[in-house]
Design a protein around this ligand. Structure first.
Ligand code: ADP
Ligand code: MG
Length: 371
């Protein structure tokens, strides 16, 4: 059983840095969990605590049923792949793969079997006698993965393993790591700052910000039902548009207005918006949910002027302005929008998110949680 459990885990570094605050996270056996968040949010620290490379300041960390707080890294049955690859430059690929096993006194024939197996999985067979400097970046990364695979660990830990690769190689290696996960059926904990990597790779994603876990769930759940403004803005590309509006109730009518727009409030949110009367509510709209063309009953519409158009082939990304508000829309490129065009953008009201500006919490997913 290779579950990993954080139970009220804290990490404080000297000098009053709180890198991880009260982390509660159950990583399931054989899942591909992606830990994602902006630089400095505590991802690497969390991963290094699992590896035993950082001490847990407070709380309990378990691998399987075993509390590992005080267990030496070598006894944890985990293998970590670092961003920097950290290969031994003077050793051949073969020796890089087998070195860790020799240290652990694994019998020679067993080492040979595991090296061959890893070489086969990662297509390294022809490179076994080369030194790292004779390899491309992608090949080095595969050796780094191979070095983790030969350990046959219960948990793979990967810290931004693709960030040194160019875009094309990154996409290829991403698929290779997923294949690896399917083939090995082992728990993977994968750290990245890149939300696209998180969305495409994770069976579940844990979003962190400033040392705090924000939300954990399958990619689609985070995309459809972000629980707060941070997750909403972090997951999805281009990022969700946020429009600050004032909630009001008069003559029984609940409304959201800003200098530039008036926005209808769907029935299901009437009470939560009314309760915020006089306060700011942030309306969130994903660029891909804005559409051109005639509004249907119940749609919200925004009127804005085109500033810049980025052609992306199938789609175009339109930057618009309405007064002080900037909006990005992603539409089919057949629309052929030009700078200066005034557009009527509509959005199906059930795709609109709303957030309490004070707490940042979603009104939309709160309602979902209550249902
Ligand atoms: N050894 C250390 N000593 C003091 N502070 C550290 C140390 N390592 C990381 N930090 C701080 O802890 C926070 C989280 O860092 P880290 O886990 O590396 O973030 P991430 O991997 O998400 O970019 C940051 O504020 C970072 O500066
Ligand atoms: Mg890091």
């Amino acid at each position: 059983m290779a579950t990993v459990t954080f139970d009220h885990v804290w990490k404080r570094y000297s000098g009053d840095v709180v890198a991880v605050q009260d982390l509660n996270l159950d990583i399931r056996d054989e899942e591909f969990l992606v830990l994602v968040g902006p630089s400095g949010c505590g991802k690497t620290t969390s991963l290094r605590m699992i590896a035993g490379l950082e001490e847990v300041t407070d709380g309990t960390l378990k691998i399987g049923e075993r509390v590992v707080n005080d267990l030496a890294p070598k006894d944890r049955d985990v293998a970590m792949v670092f961003q920097s690859y950290a290969l031994y430059p003077h050793m051949s690929v073969r020796d890089n793969l087998s070195f860790g096993l020799k240290l652990r006194k694994v019998p020679k024939p067993e080492i040979e079997r595991r090296v061959q197996e890893a070489a086969k999985i990662l297509d390294l067979g022809a490179l076994l006698d080369r030194k790292p400097k004779q390899l491309s970046g992608g090949q080095r990364q595969r050796v780094a993965l191979g070095r983790a695979i030969v350990r046959e660990p219960a948990v793979f830990l990967m810290d931004e393993p693709l960030s040194n690769l160019d875009a094309k190689l990154r996409a290829q290696t991403r698929a290779q790591i997923l294949r690896l996960h399917q083939r090995l059926a082992t728990t993977f904990v994968y750290v990245t700052h890149d939300q696209i990597e998180a969305m495409t790779m994770g069976s579940r994603i844990a979003v962190m910000s400033a040392g705090l876990l924000q939300q954990v769930g399958p990619p689609q759940e985070l995309y459809d039902h972000p629980i707060n403004k941070f997750v909403a803005g972090f997951i999805g590309s281009p990022a969700m548009n946020f429009i600050e509006m004032t909630a009001s109730r008069s003559d029984g009518k609940v409304q959201l207005t800003s200098q530039d727009f008036t926005f209808p409030v769907p029935d299901r949110l009437r009470e939560s918006v009314a309760a915020l009367s006089g306060n700011t509510v942030t309306v969130g709209i994903r660029p891909e949910h804005l559409e051109l063309g005639e509004a249907k009953p119940g749609d919200a519409t925004l009127r804005a002027t085109t500033d810049v158009v980025e052609y992306l082939g199938d789609e175009e990304q339109i930057h618009l302005r309405a007064g002080e508000t900037e909006i990005i829309a992603l539409v089919n490129s057949s629309a052929r929008v030009r700078p200066g065009d005034v557009l009527e953008l509509r959005v199906p009201i059930d795709r609109v998110h709303m957030f309490d500006d004070q707490s940042g919490l979603s009104l939309t997913s709160r309602e979902l949680a209550a249902a």
